[in-house]
Design a protein around this ligand. Structure first.
Ligand SMILES: *Cc1c(COP(=O)(O)O)cnc(C)c1O
Length: 230
């Protein structure tokens, strides 16, 4: 089977899963699919775009920058999903369209400076962390979401677009996605345009869609397995 046929088959299965989960949740709104292409070549990005993908996700700099340049597909929206060191934020601001991993005041300031310098506008999601046992994870605790959101809203070239979370491994993801949905509702009350809920990956997309995810981030189920820890 060609790589194109392989991706087409996997993509059809993922779209089917999303539709089934939407129907099960009684939702008539759209669930956007972000294809997570990290570790996979720019040629896969081009094939996915031909197969109708409009949104791709990457989690590391400079891999994301180089792949965007090499793929050179104008129609794509590029989502940055990974933890960001403050000193890399300025570079990421030059090419990312949506940043899902905004979790602290210093990062907000650095992304905004980078966006101003590049004369671009970045859509930003506040990443929420529900796993207090693991301090190495990206994300801000639920009680600080609003203060990070406020800084994004006040920034010159950042737009507050919503919230994002990665469910901790080895626990039932449903309660996490339920809490994220509640946090999103509070944010929307104050910022009506911050409607994105980015939640759900290959192994928990159904649970996320049941709890209002507007964007699912799917890698392995579309592109296949990656090297460990990526
Ligand atoms: C890698 C990654 C994904 C995709 O995970 P899969 O299990 O491959 O679907 C989604 N979100 C983030 C933040 C990631 O780093």
């Amino acid at each position: 089977m060609s790589r194109r046929d392989e991706l087409a088959t996997a993509l059809a299965q993922v779209r089917e899963r999303i539709d089934t989960a939407r129907a099960a949740a009684g939702r008539s709104d759209d669930v956007h699919l972000v294809a997570v292409t990290k570790t996979h070549p720019a040629s896969d990005v081009q094939l996915l775009a031909e197969l109708g993908i409009t949104d791709v996700g990457e989690n590391r700099h400079p891999e994301a920058r180089d792949k965007r340049a090499e793929a050179a597909v104008d129609s794509l929206t590029w989502h940055f999903l990974g933890g960001i060191q403050t000193n890399k934020a300025g570079q990421i601001a030059r090419y990312a369209d949506v940043v899902h991993s905004v979790d602290r005041p210093k990062l907000v300031a650095a992304l905004d400076r980078g966006a101003v310098a590049a004369d671009r506008t970045l859509r930003c999601l506040v990443q929420v962390d529900f796993d207090r046992t693991n301090p190495g994870r990206s994300g801000t605790p639920p009680e600080s979401v609003e203060s990070v959101a406020e800084l994004i809203d006040r920034a010159e070239r950042l737009e507050l677009a919503g919230v994002m979370a990665v469910a901790p491994l080895d626990v039932d993801p449903a309660p996490v996605f339920e809490q994220l949905q509640a946090i999103s509702a509070r944010l929307i009350h104050r910022w009506p345009d911050a409607t994105i809920i980015s939640a759900g990956m290959s192994n928990d997309a159904e649970a996320a869609i049941a709890h209002g995810a507007t964007h699912v981030r799917i890698g392995r189920s579309i592109l296949g397995e990656r090297p460990q820890n990526r």
